[in-house]
Design a protein around this ligand. Structure first.
Ligand SMILES: [Zn+2]
Length: 197
């Protein structure tokens, strides 16, 4: 979220970094991620709590991929409460499942700089090569068809009820996520307003 000068905290990126680094955390997380299952609450909650101690979160932050379960949301609320802070907005991107399936299974990511591309919707100039840095594009292990089907099932069972959880706090913003990234981003900025904190 460069426009806001706040960090984008992606638990998935943190976990994939740990996997690439071959740390104990990475080894533990990889088996869940490859199967399309959620990494256990205790693991991701610990990661997020550590990350929120970093000074760059002082002005605010964007969480991506977290929370994914009610216990995670409760733990986040508690952690923020301890810091005298709170969740100010929850952005729900509305996209039907078939489109999500196409987006994820067609996604290719740069090994070097993590820039995402898509085999149909956002092709690189040269197939398999990152436009930004010339790095090699690859398909994430959790973007294969079988794993994406399971991720969608896990979402319905464990994550969807979070919308109701946050609706109670009146912080949910619903945005049409079926259009391109620019239009979606403009809607997000309009919903957040000039400042979030
Ligand atoms: Zn790259």
């Amino acid at each position: 979220m460069a426009d806001y000068g706040i960090p984008h905290i992606s638990t998935g990126d943190i976990l994939r970094g740990a996997v690439a680094g071959g740390t104990q955390l990475g080894l533990e997380a990889k088996k869940y991620m490859d199967a399309g299952e959620l990494v256990p609450d205790s693991v991701v909650i610990g990661i997020v709590k550590d990350r929120l101690q970093e000074p760059d979160t002082a002005k605010g932050f964007l969480m991506d991929g977290f929370p994914r379960t009610i216990p995670q949301a409760e733990a986040l609320d508690k952690a923020l409460d301890d810091l005298d802070r709170a969740v100010t907005k929850v952005i729900v991107l509305l996209v039907d499942e078939e489109l999500i399936f196409k987006r994820l299974t067609g996604r290719r990511v740069c090994r070097s700089c993590q820039t995402p591309f898509h085999v149909d919707f956002n092709k690189p100039v040269k197939e398999g090569v990152c436009d930004a840095c010339g790095g090699e594009l690859y398909q994430r292990d959790d973007d294969t068809e079988a794993t994406v089907r399971n991720r969608l099932e896990v979402y319905r069972k464990q994550t969807e009820s979070l919308i109701e959880y946050y609706d109670k706090g009146g912080v949910v913003v619903r945005i049409d996520g079926t259009r391109g990234p620019e239009a979606t981003y403009a809607d997000v900025v309009a919903a957040l307003g000039p400042a979030m904190v």
